[in-house]
Design a protein around this ligand. Structure first.
Ligand code: ADP
Length: 473
């Protein structure tokens, strides 16, 4: 890895996480060490003090049972046995005058603590002191205790084991901490890299997508962790973007193909009128047919835009509680005269009330399209049967069944595509956009449309809509 790469690592999240991990680990290890250190040093000091007290007690007993000479002898023996550099004894009068001591050549620097004697005489049975002798490695712990009438014992002990422990502890601390910090950094780095590995995938995919590979998806490993959730959300977002891009592409294709013909027609009519001997009446006819074609064109463009927006979820549906039964009934009443004109029977079986949440205008458009198609594609004498019923507790079904021309199995998979028109239906007016819009509306409400149809027998369109308001996420 080059120096540049190494330097650029400083800015990575993995690096920062590693620093945090190693930092927190080091601080907690130091705290644990400190606690251990304080505990052990206090135990060692406690033990030293206990030893000193034990000695003082022994001397006190000896003084009362065997007398002064015995304790002097015992003091010299004990000092020699323990090592004269380790322990010393002094016997003092109550004013602090030394009247006996073990060999003090090594302890010359240690005087009599006037303060300690004062405290002792004030009533404390024992006084401890810690003395630091310059240029000597070990501290000295000193006990002053009254061991008999007018006799004070000054007993000192080198805190060698204490110093040794601290030295050993420092060594262990430095070595262990160096090892632990290195280990923490390594483990932190590996953990951060592992945790963030999924992020790398997301970044790589995003980079490929910006290079044009819109069909790429981030692998989801199914652990359900944050990275997995990010990947799922990211993939969902990509699905939406891909859908939008495809929608835009389809729309431009459609504009190129299907909107061209009306424009060509308008131009044709205008051209013929211009190039032939034309009366004022012909000009009027031309203007009338241009207006008609333009209206159709505008209508188609509006419908196309509405489909695209509804499919993309850009249209904000105005959800309201509505009585779908009464909406269907109104639509039937509206279309009935048209059916009568075409010689088609219309029967509707609609309950009084059936409520759901939805956008009234949109749902009206969906139902109008079903009715318009059913009447349009049913021969005179045929029947259109409309019903509304609750499918279950959660959804409502609007069914429009006709005995019309039906749809061939080859047309059936395509009838919801924009501008698709079955061959037999070309005799009728239409744009091929009605069902695309109807399905977009149903899906925007969280429902869908199903169709069953056989040629020359009839078709049955069923729109299923949820009762509760649907918020596309
Ligand atoms: P349009 O009716 O304007 O052609 P639609 O999108 O509403 O467009 O319908 C698409 C196609 O589906 C129609 O061209 C027709 O072939 C078929 N279709 C729709 N409804 C029916 C129906 N009730 N009976 C027979 N064919 C139908």
């Amino acid at each position: 890895m080059s120096l540049r790469n190494l330097l650029s690592l400083r800015h990575t999240l993995a690096f920062r996480l590693t620093l945090w991990y190693a930092g927190i680990f080091t601080i907690s290890s130091c705290m644990a060490f400190l606690f251990f250190y304080l505990l052990i040093t206090s135990v060692i000091r406690e033990r030293t003090d206990q030893d000193l007290l034990e000695q003082a007690r022994k001397f006190s007993t000896l003084l009362s049972t065997r007398g002064m000479e015995t304790i002097k002898r015992v003091a010299i023996m004990e000092a020699q046995a323990a090592g004269e550099k380790k322990i010393f004894f002094r016997l003092l009068s109550l004013v602090g005058e030394v009247f006996f001591s073990s060999n003090m050549s090594y302890w010359r620097d240690i005087g009599i603590g006037r303060q300690a004697i004062k405290k002792l005489l004030e009533g404390s049975g024992k006084v401890f002191d810690t003395i630091v002798i310059p240029e000597r490695k070990h501290k000295v712990r000193v006990l002053y205790a009254v061991i008999g009438a007018g006799v004070i014992l000054q007993l000192g002990q080198s805190m060698e084991s204490y110093t040794r422990f601290i030295e050993a502890f420092q060594k262990i601390f430095i070595i262990t901490m160096a090892f632990l910090v290195a280990l923490a950094a390594l483990v932190g780095w590996l953990m951060a890299r592992r945790a963030l590995a999924g992020l790398g995938e997301v970044t790589r995919t995003a980079r490929n997508i910006s290079g044009g590979a819109l069909e790429e998806r981030v692998p989801v490993n199914g652990t359900g962790d944050e990275i997995d959730q990010l990947a799922t959300t990211f993939n969902y977002m990509l699905d939406r973007i891909q859908k939008l891009v495809i929608g835009i592409k389809e729309m431009t294709d459609n504009i190129a193909h299907d909107l061209k013909s009306p424009v060509t027609r308008i131009r044709g009519v205008a051209e013929v009128t211009l190039t032939t001997d034309t009366s004022l009446n012909d000009y009027k006819n031309m203007a009338a047919s241009t207006i008609e074609e333009c209206d159709r064109l505008m209508d188609m463009i509006d419908t196309m835009l509405l489909i695209s927006k509804t499919e993309a979820g850009v249209v904000k549906l105005k959800h309201k509680e509505m009585n779908i039964a009464s909406i269907v009934r109104d639509a039937c009443t509206l279309f009935h005269p048209l059916a009568e004109d075409n010689g088609v029977n219309m029967i509707w079986n609609v309950p009084d009330k059936c409520t759901l949440y939805g956008d009234i205008r949109m749902i009206q458009r969906m139902i109008s399209n079903f009715l318009d198609n059913a009447i349009k594609y049913t021969q005179p004498g045929g029947t259109v049967d409309i019903s509304v019923h609750e499918k279950d507790e959660k959804s409502v079904v609007v069914s429009v069944k006709d005995t019309g021309i039906g749809i061939s199995s080859s047309d059936l998979p395509h009838i919801f595509e924009r501008f698709y028109r079955g061959d037999p239906s070309r005799a009728q007016t239409g744009s091929g956009l009605g069902l695309s819009l109807a399905r977009a509306i149903a899906q925007a409400h969280g429902g869908d449309i199903a169709v069953a149809s056989s040629p020359n027998k009839g078709s049955n369109f069923t729109g299923t809509l949820p009762k509760s308001s649907h918020n596309p996420s």
